[in-house]
Write a protein that binds this ligand. Structure first.
Ligand code: WT7
Length: 669
């Protein structure tokens, strides 16, 4: 990995945990997939990778028109799956359960204020149909884009499902994003309609979503004709006659039956914007059939669903995790899931554990950043609650440091529950590398091995597979899979370049006649002697702040849009709760601010970035300098800035710098 950039700011571990943790016998006795079954699945997938997925697609999804062709690779890397089949995601998630589980709770919801509401599959189906009919009454049809900007709530799921029901393409924008981020996404997607709420509850405050929508739509969003507003927080909101409609008024007159729009498997189900190393966030486009298949089977395999489970994935629907493991995967499998609206520390640090107790949560899936935050609050909080219904724990979003893993295992898992660490991305649509909890031992900090049907490899700088078992290099996925992104919305070149461009010369046709290309994940990885994978971090200029992806360039653009800023460079530094924090080096127009002035400008810049992007992007550190460290050709030496941000000794050769004298100032000396 000599040429490879060091991972940005991955948490350093002080605990060297070498143990492997096999699943407890009680768990193995009841598991859906044990070690022998896993071996058999892997063998089936290896013998016929495409046939493996085709069989699962027939078994786990309901088709209106069965497909005859599983994979079309003629335009690789624009792979297409189940091409001539027709299906509908909302039928798979709702209608097919009505006969057997109509009265089973689909969603158990708790608001931040403690309000509880339970939706059965039948009730959820009816509400989705009402909204779908409402959308149709507003002229929304197959292929139209609908932006959803909602609190984390059953209604957000209903909105997604209603779009899917009529073939409209949803694009959920996380409610924590600013009005200006929302506007960019509305424009890029060419949305015709926005579904929002007056507000949502977060840490005791109202997040004013409708207000942000009004700001976003104030310029450049001409295609948006209507805004549907769900009433949640009930404060007074601005209202544009003719454009804005209350959700409850629209739905009051709609029928609870809505014929689904049967769509081709490749019909886009949704767009979800995510950060890359260059340019604006890109609209990752997912296809109905393939996406739903992986969301469905990974839920079943990785979470080992049983009919009696209450599954809680804490991710907001604004992220891919909230798509695959809130809005689609659990419903497709007919389990009961938990949705909690608010902050983990309201009214106190025991909230998550109280929810687990009160709602009988059996499977709990969250992010390392949440585990670290809860760990810091003390063991007395989980100790107050009965967590005995829990049987499986999960982690996602970033590498989990062994300290957090061991705490999770000991304090929440009572040293008995398996922990699954799932590696995947917005682009992969569903978990790719993860243990199957009843089939293999876990190792703290490792996401273990690729799921059946997923083929990953570790390659060197040239894209050549590293032959030794123990290897470090670029993580690639070597075979297409059903839930892979189909393209970047409106920019297929960017899709091809970003994900398949780096090793484009390494394509081949395999023994089954499939055209293979290397999908470059953008992560560096270590594979150990047991074939377990350890994600080291991103190899590009993408940060992972509290499990959320953030492009350094986006933050830099936000900073330079402030009138005082001439130039900015953003890097990550390790942070004990967030994993990585945003560190900004800023050059001002005019003299470099110092003392009081520096402190107040730093504060102003933080707010400015919050307004431009959203609170998650606010820099933790802002350091002012007269200049940035540049080579004689004018390139900013980011690696040096990373070392400075981490407070490391400078080992790089700074003699090639145009301005070596700047280093001490950048170090804050
Ligand atoms: C990036 C993708 C997958 C949903 C949440 C994030 C990092 C994700 C893990 C994990 C180590 C992980 C990677 C990846 N990542 N899960 N279990 N172990 N790293 O989705 O926003 O698209 O970010 O998150 O760096 O590339 P995303």
């Amino acid at each position: 990995m000599s040429q490879m950039q060091a991972p940005q700011g991955a948490m350093k571990s002080v605990l060297h945990e070498q143990r492997a943790f096999p699943p407890h016998a009680d768990f193995v006795a009841k598991t859906r997939i044990d070690a022998a079954r896993l071996d058999a699945m892997r063998a089936e997938a290896a013998a016929d990778p495409v046939g493996f997925w085709a069989e699962l697609a027939r078994k786990h999804l309901a088709w209106q028109t069965p497909f005859t062709q599983a994979l079309d690779d003629s335009a690789a890397p624009n792979y297409r799956w189940f091409v001539d089949g027709r299906t509908n995601a909302s039928v798979n998630c709702l209608d097919r359960h009505l006969g057997t589980r109509g009265d089973k709770p689909a969603i158990r919801f708790e608001g931040e204020g403690g309000d509880v509401r339970i939706w059965t599959y039948r009730e959820l189906h009816a509400e989705v149909c009402r909204l779908a009919n409402g959308l149709k009454s507003l002229g929304i049809a197959k292929g139209d884009r609908v932006v959803i900007y909602m609190p984390h709530s059953p209604e957000a799921v209903i909105a997604m499902q209603a779009c899917a029901r009529i073939g409209a393409i949803h694009s959920v924008v996380f409610g924590g994003f600013s009005s200006s981020s929302l506007r960019d996404r509305v424009i890029d997607a060419g949305a015709r309609l926005v579904i929002t709420a007056d507000g949502g509850w977060r840490a005791g405050n109202i997040v004013e979503l409708k207000k942000a929508v009004d700001e976003a739509l104030s310029s450049g969003c001409e295609a948006v004709g209507k805004v549907i507003v769900f009433k949640r927080t009930a404060q007074a909101v601005g209202w544009k006659q003719g454009r804005d409609l209350w959700w409850h008024e629209l739905l009051a007159t709609q029928s609870a039956q809505c014929e689904p729009e049967w769509v081709e498997a490749e019909h886009p189900l949704f767009l979800l914007y995510t950060s890359g190393s260059t340019g604006k966030p890109k609209g990752v486009q997912h296809a109905t059939g393939g996406y739903l298949l992986n969301a469905t089977v990974t839920s079943l395999w990785v979470f080992d669903y049983q009919d009696s489970d209450v599954f809680w994935c804490t991710a907001d629907v604004g992220w891919i995790t909230g798509h695959s493991y809130v809005a689609y995967g659990p419903l497709s499998n007919g389990v009961t899931m938990m949705i909690y609206e608010g902050a983990p520390t309201v009214p106190d640090a025991g909230r998550f554990w109280k929810i687990c107790q009160d709602h009988g949560v059996t499977i709990f899936y969250t992010a390392p950043t949440a585990i670290r935050a809860l760990m810091k609050l003390g063991e007395e909080w989980p100790a107050k609650y009965d967590l005995s219904r829990l049987r499986l724990l999960g982690s996602v979003g970033e590498p989990i440091n062994p300290e957090a893993w061991i705490w999770y295992h000991r304090v929440i898992g009572k040293e008995k529950l398996p922990i699954i660490d799932t590696w995947w991305q917005t682009e992969t649509g569903a978990a790719m590398i993860s243990p199957l909890p009843g089939a293999m031992p876990a190792k703290p900090g490792s996401c273990t091995q690729a799921l059946p049907g997923i083929f990953v490899d570790v390659v060197d700088e040239a894209g050549v597979s590293i032959p030794s078992q123990e290897a470090s290099g670029y993580l690639v996925i070597t075979h297409p899979w059903p839930s892979m992104l189909r393209t970047v919305w409106g920019d297929n070149d960017r899709y091809v370049k970003t994900y398949f461009g780096q090793f484009a010369d390494r394509q081949w046709t395999d023994e089954h006649g499939t055209r293979r290309m290397l999908y470059v994940a953008g992560d560096s990885v270590h594979r150990d002697a047991d074939g377990y994978h350890w994600i080291l971090g991103r190899v590009d200029d993408v940060l992972n702040v509290s499990g959320h992806r953030l492009g350094t360039m986006e933050v830099e653009s936000a900073l330079v849009s402030h009138p005082r800023v001439a130039e900015a460079a953003v890097v990550g530094r390790p942070h004990e709760v967030k994993g990585e924090a945003v560190f900004a080096f800023v050059v001002c127009k005019g003299p470099r601010p110092e003392g009081e002035e520096a402190a107040s400008l730093a504060k102003e810049l933080r707010e400015h970035v919050g307004k431009q992007i959203g609170a998650i992007a606010k820099p933790d550190d802002v350091r002012f300098a007269d200049n940035l460290p540049k080579t004689r050709s004018g390139k900013i030496m980011r690696r040096l800035l990373r070392s400075i941000a981490k407070g490391e000794e400078i080992t790089q050769d700074i003699s090639t710098l145009e301005n070596p004298g700047i280093v001490a100032q950048l170090q804050g000396r």
